[in-house]
Design a protein around this ligand. Structure first.
Ligand SMILES: [Zn+2]
Length: 271
């Protein structure tokens, strides 16, 4: 059924490729350009067709550090993603010391001979890419500013990027993370009634998985709002064993930074 779609979890998170009928697009470029080089040649062999472009679901390095492998084709993203990656390079990346780079490397990121490569085709809010079938790119924000999902309506194929962490605790520590918009985005993904969902991290998802994730987000929003109203600190909320549970057992550190950011979000909202 899904011969138009392939994906891999090699790298840190998922990358996929979709064939719109003679036009093949890759979605997210992995955390390592050497892995992305192999992945691109696998894709071109599989579809027997050169890649027409790379589409970015958001700016995080585990989805964009392979961009340089696609510098000969269109690299497509929301305008925010382009702006954030340009700022990241200017304000953060050029200040990385050799020791910092070693740390990235140890974390599985490919930073040797990395050339940060930015998107060169940008859109605001939505973009439709037409082949024999159409791919809709819809910007929702939420996980980060600029976060975008992709829908191919004819086969109800949804590529969600990090709007969906399936069966693992979501990373929400980005300074632009907006948990309220994120929850609304998940609700809108459910309304699309997808047949198959490629998550940013974790296995392929289906509607019941999205509903489980939505339930966790709704409970988390309620929990944090109530605890802030009761006057609890970020630390107390973080350590509260009644915080809603979602596959956090192997993700203790991720859970901590995520709840910290989410609490800060609601504090800012109250001001
Ligand atoms: Zn991410």
């Amino acid at each position: 059924m899904n011969e138009h779609l392939i994906w891999t979890d090699v790298g840190y998170g998922n990358s996929s490729a979709i064939d719109l009928g003679g036009r093949v697009f890759v979605i997210d470029s992995m955390n390592n350009w050497e892995l992305a080089t192999e992945w691109r040649s696998d894709i071109e062999e599989h579809f027997n067709c050169p890649v027409s472009g790379l589409i970015l679901t958001h700016h995080h390095g585990d989805h964009t550090f392979g961009n340089q492998v696609f510098s000969d084709v269109s690299i497509i993203s929301s305008l925010e993603i382009r702006q954030i990656t340009i700022d990241f390079e200017k304000e953060f990346w050029i200040k990385q010391t050799p020791e910092d780079l070693d740390e990235w490397e140890e974390g599985g990121y490919g930073v040797k001979n990395l050339q940060l490569t930015h998107s060169n085709v940008c859109f605001e809010n939505k973009l439709y890419i037409h082949g024999e079938r159409t791919l809709e790119l819809i910007q929702t924000n939420g996980h980060t500013d600029g976060s975008t999902y992709l829908l191919e309506p004819e086969t109800k194929t949804l590529i969600a990027g990090d709007l969906v962490f399936n069966k693992e605790f979501p990373y929400g520590g980005d300074e632009t993370c907006n948990i309220v918009l994120w929850q609304k985005a998940i609700e809108s993904l459910i309304a699309l009634k997808p047949e198959i969902v490629i998550s940013g991290h974790g296995p392929v998802a289906f509607i019941k998985d999205l509903e489980e994730i939505n339930d966790f987000f709704l409970k988390s929003i309620d929990f944090i709002r109530n605890k802030l109203n009761e006057g609890l600190t970020s630390e107390e909320i973080n350590e509260d064993p009644r915080f809603p549970e979602y596959y956090s057992q192997d993700r203790v550190e991720r859970k901590k930074v995520t709840i910290e950011r989410w609490v800060e979000f609601f504090r800012e909202e109250k001001k």
